[in-house]
Ligand binder design. Sequence first.
Ligand SMILES: [Zn+2]
Length: 730
Amino acid sequence: MIIKGKELSEHLKLHFGFDSFKGNQEAIITSVLEQKDTFVLMPTGGGKSLCYQLPSLLMDGTAVVISPLIALMKNQVDAMRSFSTEEGVAHFMNSSLTKQAIENVKSDVLSGKTKLLYVAPESLTKEENVAFFKQVKISFYAIDEAHCISEWGHDFRPEYRRIRPIITSIGQKASIIALTATATPKVQHDIQKNLGMTEACVFKSSFNRPNLYYEVRPKTDNVEKDIIKYIKSQEGKSGIIYCLSRKKVEELAEMLRVNGINALAYHAGMDSTTRSGNQDSFLLEKVEVIVATIAFGMGIDKPDVRYVIHYDIPKSLEGYYQETGRAGRDGGEGQCIAFYSNKDLQKLEKFMQGKPLAEQEIGKQLLQETAGYAESSVCRRKVLLHYFGEEYKECNCGNCDNCLNPKKQVEGKELLCTVLETIIALKEKFKTEHVIDVVMGNETSDVKSYGHDEEIETFGEGKDESERTWQNVIQQAMISGYISKDIENYGVLKVTKAGKDFLNKPKSFIVAKESEEDEEVEEVQIKGGGSCAVDPELFAILKDLRKKLSKKLELPPFVIFQDPSLEAMATTYPITIEELQNIPGVGAGKAKKFGEEFVKVIRTHVQENEIVRPEDMRVRSVANKSKLKVSIVQAIDRKVELDVLAESKGLDFSELLDEIEAIVYSGTKININYFLVQIMDDDRIDDIFSYFKDEAESDDIETAINELGSDYTEEEIRLVRIKFLSEMGN
Ligand SMILES: [Zn+2]
């Protein structure tokens, strides 16, 4: 007899304490109870696990839950036990258990106490376990995180491919429920095919998360500063920052801490105690921010994460959706901000070289989808949902950067016709980039070798529009169903029936247009980055002061502070000697020697103009004196001869000079006289020294060589310049 309706709700209340089911839960549970194969697509936070937990309690036998999340199995089992009076109601079986513990689990299962058994895929496939499962009465199999089956998913696990054959060899007539929080139509198809459940009842919830705000920002050299500024504007809120590499995770977390943000790192390379300690600190809100690789967050259920930042572009849109999905689980605010640069994309593509070709091709296509999302002017929500095979009908979602700051929209009827004609002329055999090359008349080697520059009528027809505009046209056409991408075939573009109808009878097609000028403006801003914020008035005052001081001290201005240091001062307004030391190129020595007057004029300027100092914007860099530099300074203190020092460090002499120059420029005082007097006459040293002191307008080495003539070697000039900068400047 199948439990339904009111009685099912009573069981829900009895076992889990909930008054009612969420979304599709009831229908899904009924399907499982009826022993039908069931496929569940439900975004994170929708209540997936209940869909197998409740039926397992109501059915005869033990439900086998296959999950890749070994780290979370214990939590899940504990949670189940807390709902029950019977300890043995749930168990897990994975490589972390001792032999004895496994024996205990098996005996509980065979005694019939256990309703739910969590198994890692690699434990399921072990031969001795297969023999064991044959003796168990299995109520059904639940396959969690089922997207791991597909290499098109964001988290492919080869061992997932063996699940079906093992289930078959266990040989019981039990149904399967497969669950995933994220699946494109392609992944869904892969999962069903691989598990032999193409006939399954499919329950798909909407993947739209209306409370999430999506934004993509350009990733510039100032990305750290941008992130710090953002976090400071979100005080008291919890956030996650995702980076792709462990190294970056560590660096960024450190950088945030140095800037007064309570942040910890999390990645798979840390020892497990530290890692879970950091995770707990985040969950318990001892820290606001966790900087993590994607290893963080699977199954973590913190409801009030208010922002998710992607420092690096994710490798797939699916991963992106999954990671951003950790924001705003409680339905409250959730800001998802991704920093994107095309350079990152190229780096990721490079990493793929060396992998098998098919894998590379898949990886590249997934990356292209992400790039398409990042570069798009179309509503981000629309693009994301389209990727998951879902149509988002609203014109303006009101909660993404593109909808809030729309680009200029123009009638794109003719642009679309050009694209459709080109795709057809190319016999539907080419990818987006090639189609755009042809339309824009780019004579790439591919275009030429196919003769498309001569044969295709539309070649060069679109040269007056920017590449971005063409990308928008193609993306918008895909979303509108005029073009489809053949995923099985390396993503070549095809024209759909609707597209052919459009060609016969074109109608209005609105598209975001981007002019070349827009792109240029963006470029400039990006390059300008740091100096954009320079206070021109203060900068002029500081330059003036430097000039006066240089006269008074009879020192060239560049010895006092270099231009970039002045620019930084005119951006961040340091008003104490301590703050001044955070300015690039200003070490403790320089700050003490020249700083007093500078902070004085800055202070006056700040007061007179009532400037609110962007204190929170001041990015302190992590004290990054590399080991090498430290050991060079120590060796020079011990008066080690520089040629010997270079050899012992495995450096050319000139490389050693590079290092020493960097040390001096950062404001550290060093004394190399002991070495100079050994290799040069006093007169020669004086000549070069007085050139820098009295004649030079800059410390440029080329100019110095020209001015001093061929009597002096470059090495000599550089050595004396080091002496000069260190004595006069630091
Ligand atoms: Zn939108």
